[in-house]
Design a protein around this ligand. Structure first.
Ligand SMILES: Cc1ncc(C[n+]2csc(CCOP(=O)(O)OP(=O)(O)O)c2C)c(N)n1
Length: 586
């Protein structure tokens, strides 16, 4: 029996090392499903929503560094993929999306579910093609995958239904003198990532001349922990991390002064304000207001992609290199500073900051403090656990109260900052790293968006853990509205749903927690449960994710919102002025 084109497609994916495809069938991809059924090298993971499939492919790519693959039917299925694919695009994760398309003879007729996917995907994809004849398939697939890996982004192939089930070698349109379709090879040779020697010299000169050097490391430096720490040690430099780069160095390392930005630490703000040299490694951090002022300092940057060098702040010396080889090349040229008072000052401030954060992790408060909840997870989770977080206040609690140490990893939607990837990322992480503890820390808003995927975890018997920080609201947006001077509007869901019975209905373990004293027992139980487990914790909805330092405009906004009819003023004020109230009581 001759092969159908879809079999060749799947075989070629397997040759590329793809072992998992996340997706959901439909009449636009029945041929591809048949290609999957006829082999056993690539596993198909059935999801409930294609957006989750795209998040899973993205999460898989982020935590493995390998290609993530998702599959959706024509029209609506493909449209559902888009948000997850934008997450891959914006965070530079290599993902291949395969979609179905109407039969070739119907194209352009407005046939049912006909959506011009090759137009729709133009913006999201680095490579974006429709397959017109089966003979094209291996070659186009190779090119698509090379694009995704090399450009670290999304590639998209859409395949009409008749092509999917046609004879694999068929090329009905090549006549009368067909071009010869040579077999191609699935090669990908990653660049060496080594910097130019002259840039290394120039960078060393600037760094050696600095007396207040700060390193800012991002997701591009994940996997370069030793090199980052050796460099920071040599330079006497504190290390500030972007949130996607949280796992670059341990949070409890003496050189770490925490995160940058709204979710970051006060010492990191001081470091940016006080440095005379900024050394950026593997980061394209977008919030430029948190970077040093123009002209304040010299900037050295190690960046893998020349398009991003000098992108956010004028760079004195750009080094185009991967983080680890770039830093290794630089290290022998760096001098020890004669004194370390800048570092020591920030380390002292970091000590205070850690105490401040610890004080917020209080078991005394009911409703549960989200900081306490995160702290309990932090204390009980494995030293190589993989935590994912949704966007929202949860990201702040994770940024500040989850400690990267040992082999722990952390992922979130960094640049798209979309809601709902936490659960699908965790499912993909558990598939990619079967022996590790995979935990999703999500808000009730984000969880509700893709909660059906808890059923996916149960179906595949994946022992994931989900902790819902349930404030019955879109918490982050409430604080954004208040800071703008507007009373909250349209952000509360009313009665907080109980998600625990849903977890049980799916076949997992579900635990509801309403008191701080029950948090620890519930988290312990979930972490030791052999299958998928969910802990739904009612937390204080009025706990503010305070910035490292409150700006005047932010405080003014609060006051204005309070004067303009903000409800629950007393409850919010009591959290804002908790320190003062405790002092007064004492
Ligand atoms: C898909 C999507 N819709 C809307 C937003 C805007 N947004 C950012 S955070 C947030 C609130 C998230 O609520 P929840 O998941 O409950 O977390 P919380 O902030 O309450 O901790 C919203 C609506 C977004 N980032 N992504």
């Amino acid at each position: 029996m001759s092969k159908i084109a879809s079999e060749v497609l799947i075989e070629r994916l397997a040759d590329w090392g793809v072992d998992t495809i996340f997706g959901l069938p439909g009449d636009g991809i029945n041929g591809i499903m048949e290609g999957l059924r006829r082999q056993d090298r690539v596993r198909f993971v059935l999801v409930h929503h294609e957006e989750a499939a795209a998040f899973m492919a993205t999460g898989y790519a982020k935590s493995t560094g390998r290609l993530g693959v998702c599959l959706a039917t024509s029209g609506p299925g493909a449209i559902h993929l888009l948000n997850g694919l934008y997450d891959a695009k914006l965070d530079h994760a290599p993902v291949l999306a395969i979609t179905g398309m109407q039969e070739t003879q119907m194209l352009g007729t407005g046939y049912q579910q006909e959506v011009a996917l090759e137009k729709l995907f133009i913006d999201v994809a680095e490579y974006n093609e429709m397959v017109h004849v089966p003979a094209q398939l291996p070659t186009l697939l190779d090119i698509a995958i090379r694009h995704a890996l090399t450009r670290r982004g999304v590639a998209h192939l859409t395949i009409p239904t008749d092509i999917q089930i046609a004879d694999a070698g068929a090329n009905p349109w090549s006549a009368p003198a067909p071009a010869v379709n040579q077999p191609t090879a699935p090669i990908y040779l990653p660049a060496s990532g080594l910097p130019r020697p002259e840039d290394v010299q120039a960078a060393a000169k600037v760094l050696n001349a600095g007396s207040k050097v700060v390193m800012l490391v991002g997701a591009g430096a994940l996997g370069a922990r030793d090199e980052v720490l050796q460099t920071a040690e040599r330079l006497g430099s504190p290390v500030v991390k972007t949130l996607p780069g949280k796992a670059v160095i341990p949070d409890n390392h003496p050189l770490c002064i925490g995160g940058i930005g709204l979710l970051g630490t006060a010492p990191a703000i001081d470091a940016m304000e006080g440095c005379d040299t900024l050394f950026m490694v593997g980061t394209n951090f977008p919030y430029t207001k948190y970077l040093p002022d123009p002209g304040q300092c010299k900037v050295v940057q190690i960046e893998a992609d020349p398009i991003r060098a000098g992108n956010r702040i004028a760079t004195e010396v750009p080094m185009i290199a991967d983080a680890a080889p770039g830093l290794s090349a630089l290290l022998p040229h760096l001098d020890e500073p004669s004194e370390r008072s800048f570092l020591e000052g920030l380390q002292a401030k970091m000590g205070n900051w850690r105490e401040r954060m610890h004080a917020l992790e209080s078991i005394e408060d009911d409703p549960v403090q989200p900081q306490y909840l995160m702290h309990v997870i932090d204390t009980l989770a494995d030293s190589d656990c993989i935590l994912t977080s949704d966007s929202g206040t949860i990201a702040t609690w994770a940024a500040r109260h989850f400690t990267i140490r040992d082999e722990r990893a952390f992922y979130l939607s960094g640049n798209l900052a979309t809601m709902a990837p936490g659960l699908p990322y965790t499912i993909a992480n558990q598939i990619a790293h079967p022996g590790r503890q995979c935990i999703a820390f999500v808000g009730d808003g984000g969880f509700a968006m893709l909660m059906a995927e808890f059923g996916t975890a149960c179906r595949y018997d994946l022992p994931i853990k989900v902790v819902v920080n349930n404030n019955a609201s879109l918490g982050q947006i409430m604080w954004e509205q208040l800071v703008l001077g507007y009373p909250e509007y349209g952000i509360r869901f009313g009665r907080a749903p109980n998600f625990a019975p849903w977890a049980e209905a799916c076949g997992g373990r579900g635990i509801r927690v309403e008191k701080a004293s029950d948090v620890e027992g519930a988290i312990k139980e979930a972490l030791s449960f052999p299958g998928p487990a969910l802990v739904d914790v009612l937390v204080n909805p009025d706990e503010p994710p305070m910035p490292g330092k409150v700006e005047y405009e932010q405080a003014k906004g609060f006051v204005k919102a309070f004067l303009s009819g903000q409800p629950r003023k007393a409850s919010i004020a009591s959290t804002l002025f908790r320190d003062k109230i405790t002092e007064m009581r004492a």
